[in-house]
Design a protein around this ligand. Sequence first.
Ligand code: GDP
Length: 523
Amino acid sequence: MPDLPDTRPRRTFAVISHPDAGKSTLTEALALHAEVISRAGATHGKAGRKGTVSDWMDMEQARGISITSAALQFAYGDHVINLVDTPGHADFSEDTYRVLSAVDSAVMLVDAAKGLEPQTLKLFRVCAQRGLPVITVINKWDRPGLDPFALMDEIEQRIGLRPTPLTWPVGIAGDFRGVLDRRTGRYIRYTRTAGGATRAPEEHLEPDAAAAAEGQDWHEAVEGDELLSADGADHDLAAYRAGRTTPVLFASALSNFGVSTLLDLLVDIAPAPAPTPTIDGGERAVDDDFSAYVFKVQSGMDASHRDRLAYVRVCSGVFERGMVATHGTTGRPFATKYAQAVFGRERVVVDRAMPGDVVGLVNASALLVGDTIYAGRPVRYPPITSFAPEHFAAASVTDTQRWKQFRRGISQLDEEGVVQVLRSPARGDHNPILAAVGPMQFEVVVARMEAEFGAAVRLEQLGYTVARRVEPEQADEVRGIRGAEVLERRDGTLLALFPDVWRVRSALRAAPHLQLHPLPASG
Ligand code: GDP
């Protein structure tokens, strides 16, 4: 691991996509086009291709859960790019939201044949809530797919973002030869390489040469470009940054087509790390003293690293390994000797990190999701919004001899944010309710409770689907509503659980003075 001399500007983004749209293929292709900084053992060429990234995918698939969410860092020209991994499974979990709090923009990957899929839509909604600008990549254009205009319509209709294509395909889906670069009017012609193992050669041709080479297909692409312009679908930086439009590229991650255009675009238009809003309503400038916040905590990742990792995103200043930072919540000093970059099983030491970078802090048992660490001038960042749980299950230990392990395990998983744990005097500590945004979070709890804490748990799914925040002085009254239950979250918030929204409405009709505050929606 070279000492990063890197004060190069950062671009920190995540790829959002439905499973199978090609996220890992694109990740590998991006890494191929760039110089990987913090992926240990990365080699270019075919042997290296099946390396780290695939291992990490194998693990995810073998366990059926997302093992890690870390960042892949690479240099591209005079920029450093951080690709923060989003959980790769179809189910939704709170991790997804947290990861998206650590990036400055997103790339939405769409399968050309399938169009927008459920997971893409959900993830997109989180991006919209976070105000993240989105670049759209229509992938797998080397295979038969939908009509490009139909895809543009779908994006506009279903997610309400105006697509502004920057490239437009020459030839139909499945017959991918190149794209018209709408900003220069030139033809970018791709050449296939065996196995896609090396960078795909690109040629840039003037329109006349393109017309001579491609004939009718070129003329149709030019016509498409004119139709888009007439319709006002031209790229506008301010509208993209404000989340009103999404620049679109056509690509084939598998053949490495369009990948360098995407990198150029990220460097060109994606936002750099910006000042971070602080808990007191101000903001911390990027060049202020060091600060970072924890967006993910994870432990027991794999057999060889059974420890606890806190992933922080650097918000301001320069992180230097070994520096003593202050933990915002407790005010205690926090040693940063064991700073690492993690991608799958690979870990490398991180000596320095800049705003926008992600650092994994090993054995950071004091750090919880949402915590701030800083050096110099104190700062606190607001907690990461936790989203409305929609799945609820009562947990109990199957072997009462293991009660202590049960209690310890449940608290730790609560602190890590694997699930939210809700308690009430009526249920006692023996029977807390676990609340999740996606049911897979429960599977993770069951697996980890047994494997790591030696306490097998029984989960009883409950019929609640809605949680509302309750004012403390109204808690007793809400407790009296039939079919509802009031519990306390770790942060002290009181939540009332209801079977469905109809019960919420009928409770409010019966007692209009009650305040049942909706929680942030999970989409
Ligand atoms: P992920 O689940 O989003 O990470 O998707 P993968 O990267 O694993 O890709 C899913 C499947 O689609 C794999 O079989 C890939 O080889 C294939 N794939 C990915 N990108 C392309 C592409 O551009 N063209 C074609 N034809 N197949 C692709």
